[in-house]
Design a protein around this ligand. Structure first.
Ligand SMILES: *[C@@H]1O[C@H](CO)[C@@H](O)[C@H](O)[C@H]1NC(C)=O
Ligand SMILES: *[C@@H]1O[C@H](CO)[C@@H](O)[C@H](O)[C@H]1NC(C)=O
Ligand SMILES: *[C@@H]1O[C@H](CO)[C@@H](O)[C@H](O)[C@H]1NC(C)=O
Ligand SMILES: CC(=O)N[C@H]1CO[C@H](CO)[C@@H](O)[C@@H]1O
Length: 652
């Protein structure tokens, strides 16, 4: 549905946030205890809205793409995240002010200080700064910054700053430390000197069981549970490739300095897809369906050149030109776009930003984020990465379980691979109780590792290794072990699937929809409206009896009985407030339809139907009105066609 919005009152984040709190979409957790940053409770409309978005997500992805949904546990043993790399690398960089003990997230600090210096420079050059360019949250904090007032910078420095800002997501801790020194960045409030950035792991740790010996973490994403279930899922899918699993659930990240409401939180709902695909064939059978979808891209070379200019292209062109790595990735990008638009994000404030080479995990071959523009800037809401064979490979290597798919070859083929030959007779006596562990370690080496070991064996006549669970260093000489390239004929091709992972932060999406759909009506006072699409609106209908006269009650009952039978969420407002007030309240809740019951309704069982955004009204029998609501809400109908069979109605 498209709506005409009859005012152009500028967006105010303050008013929106007050509305969301007043109507209990969500609120800070533990408020009467003083609150904890980064944790939120959802109230009734927030729950309903989120559930509806998840419902659309399930239908749009799991049902439409025939995905396999799994629900894994949130508590995950240490070893799993050690293998996945999270224990060592799931970190942000933080800086501490030695004097005050204040802690900053290093990349955010550099970004803020450089941005405000650029702003000071603009002011000094007599340029004006558009208000909506400024993030309110930052503005508040920058007020305290002494250093940055109308100081003109050299043209060269301006260029340097702009260049850094365009690449701010890609710096390592060391590089951030260098920037902090080079540009003399200090605690913005006190000017105090900062310690060099140190790594902070974002996972919450805990222990399972009373002994405290089984170290564990709350999962920071839902992906690992899906990888670990890969073999079972492949079997469940009758060994057919490609296929996707999906998971919806809570994840946890101990953010350094959470702020910006729902955009940066410590506990959040995620919806994640792991699409398993043949590394040699990433074509997608439904790519034709989406190839003409036009999207706005921000590719890495543009960012690396210090620019943020968007490039408009169809998905087909993006894949054909090699900008997007392959069809499957392109297919998901287009499907993510369709989902985001369906639930109410504004397509003109949506872009796909490619990760720069220094920002992407070393194993990933391409990664695009769907970013939504809000008053906090462009926010990453969905990540879509081609993670290659990394995840399945590391878990397979660590556990010794094969995580592979098989393809019958139409013609057999010859392959050459490193193989190990052990002298079992000498091997057992030499290692005794450790023999099993050493053998398992050897058989779980990758081809690359075997190549290295074979070189070592050739050069030194032996291999030395330290193996977990075996005391001391293990030595294997050429009497015990041989490693050589062996030719075999294969009838079945065995491969480790690659993973394409679209990953959705539901809270961020939800908040962006609020910003994109919030506006104010200019009546006597400004009145906020949330134009949530009917499909995802928390309640669909408000029943409004004209007065609280007992005479109208039977009709209220009748309408609500029909709505219940049709499973259409509704609310009754028979408070004494004026009709206008009652509708205003519901504009704030994003309720798309109102049914007014008046004294004529008692006579002829007709009711009035009101549309939230246009405030247009039509009149008809209860059933005809309910049919129109159903059609518009659940069957992609629009107001004009959905109410064509109803009479126009003018209350004045
Ligand atoms: C760095 O900043 C401090 C305090 O903000 C100031 O005293 C000092 O002169 C600055 N140094 C340079 C090289 O700009
Ligand atoms: C995933 O599925 C397998 C069944 O093959 C099960 O044994 C395993 O424990 C499951 N979950 C996780 C998190 O590994
Ligand atoms: C590649 O995979 C698709 C299924 O995703 C299949 O339809 C197609 O035949 C495969 N192509 C080749 C060359 O194997
Ligand atoms: C592995 C794979 O299928 N890669 C393909 C990704 O898409 C490009 C463009 O269509 C192809 O050239 C690649 O072969």
């Amino acid at each position: 549905m498209t709506f005409t919005r009859d005012t152009n009152i500028p967006f105010s984040r303050d008013s929106l946030e007050q509305l969301l709190k007043r109507r209990f979409f969500y609120a800070p957790s533990f408020e009467i205890y003083g609150g904890v940053a980064g944790l939120f409770d959802f109230g009734p409309p927030g729950c309903a809205f989120q559930n509806n978005i998840i419902d659309v997500w399930r239908k749009h992805f799991i049902l439409e793409e025939e995905m396999l949904e799994v629900e894994a546990t949130m508590l995950t043993p240490h070893d799993v995240f050690k293998t996945s790399g999270h224990v060592d690398r799931f970190t942000d960089w933080m800086c501490k002010d030695l004097k005050t003990g204040e802690i900053f997230r290093a990349d955010h600090l550099v970004e803020e200080v450089l941005e405000s210096r650029l702003k000071g420079d603009k002011l000094a050059r007599g340029e004006t700064i558009k208000e909506e360019e400024e993030d309110e949250d930052k503005k508040k904090r920058k007020k305290k910054v002494k250093e940055i007032k109308n100081v003109k910078l050299d043209d060269e420095v301006v260029k340097e700053y702009e260049n850094i800002l365009a690449q701010i997501d890609g710096y390592s801790g060391e590089q951030l430390g260098e920037l902090i020194t080079k540009y003399n960045i200090t605690n913005p409030t006190t000017g105090g000197k900062l310690e060099p950035p140190i790594e902070f792991n974002l996972m919450f740790d805990t222990a399972i069981g009373p002994s405290g010996n089984l170290k564990a973490y709350l999962r920071p994403e839902t992906a690992q549970g899906q990888f670990l279930n890969f073999s079972k899922l492949l079997e469940f899918n009758n060994e057919k490739m490609p296929f996707a699993s999906a998971s919806i659930g809570k994840s946890f990240r101990n953010e350094i300095a959470p702020r910006a409401g729902l955009l940066r939180v410590r506990e959040f709902l995620m919806a994640e897809i792991e699409h398993f695909v043949d590394p040699e064939n990433k074509s997608h059978p439904k790519f034709q369906d989406v190839k003409d979808v036009k999207l706005r891209f921000l590719p890495k070379d543009v960012q690396e050149a210090g620019s943020s200019e968007l490039i408009e292209k169809t998905v087909g062109e993006a894949v054909a030109s090699g900008m997007v790595d392959n069809e499957t990735l392109g297919y998901f990008i287009a499907r993510i776009y369709a989902f985001l638009v369906k639930i109410g994000t504004d397509p003109s404030r949506l872009r796909f930003r490619q990760h720069m080479s220094n920002e992407m995990a070393h194993y990933a071959s391409d990664c695009w984020d769907a970013e939504l523009q809000t008053s906090y800037g462009w926010i990453e809401c969905v990540g879509c990465a081609d993670r290659s064979a990394y995840d399945l490979s590391v878990h397979a290597a660590r556990t010794g379980e094969k995580l592979v798919a098989r393809q019958m070859l139409s013609e057999p083929r010859t392959v050459e691979e490193y193989e190990i030959e052990l002298q079992k007779k000498k091997f057992g006596p030499k290692f005794r109780k450790d023999a099993g562990t050493v053998e398992k370690w050897l058989t779980s080496r990758t081809q690359c590792e075997l190549e290295d070991l074979s070189k070592e064996l050739q050069e030194n006549g032996k291999i030395t290794a330290s193996i977990k669970g075996v005391e001391g260093t293990v030595e294997l000489d050429s009497d015990l072990i041989k490693i050589a390239k062996v030719k075999r004929t294969e009838h079945v091709r065995e491969y480790i699937p690659n993973v394409i992972e679209p990953s959705f932060g539901i809270g961020r999406i939800l908040y962006s929809v609020f910003e994109h759909q919030y506006w104010a009506r200019k009546d006597e006072a400004e009145r906020g409206v949330l134009s949530l699409p009917p499909l995802v609106a928390p309640t669909k209908v408000l029943i409004v009896p004209l007065s609280n006269s007992a005479e109208l009650q039977p009709m209220v009952k009748k309408v609500s009985t029909i709505l219940k039978k049709e499973k259409i969420p509704f609310k009754i407002d028979d408070s004494g407030a004026s009709i206008g007030k009652r509708y205003a309240r519901n504009d704030e809740l994003g309720t798309p339809f109102g049914i007014t019951i008046d004294f004529e309704s008692v006579q002829d069982e007709s009711v009035t139907l009101r549309e939230r955004d246009s405030t247009k009204q039509v009149r008809g029998s209860i059933q005809a009105v309910v049919d129109a609501i159903k059609d518009i809400t659940y069957s992609d109908g629009n107001w004009k066609e959905g109410t064509a069979h109803l009479a126009a109605f003018n209350s004045e």
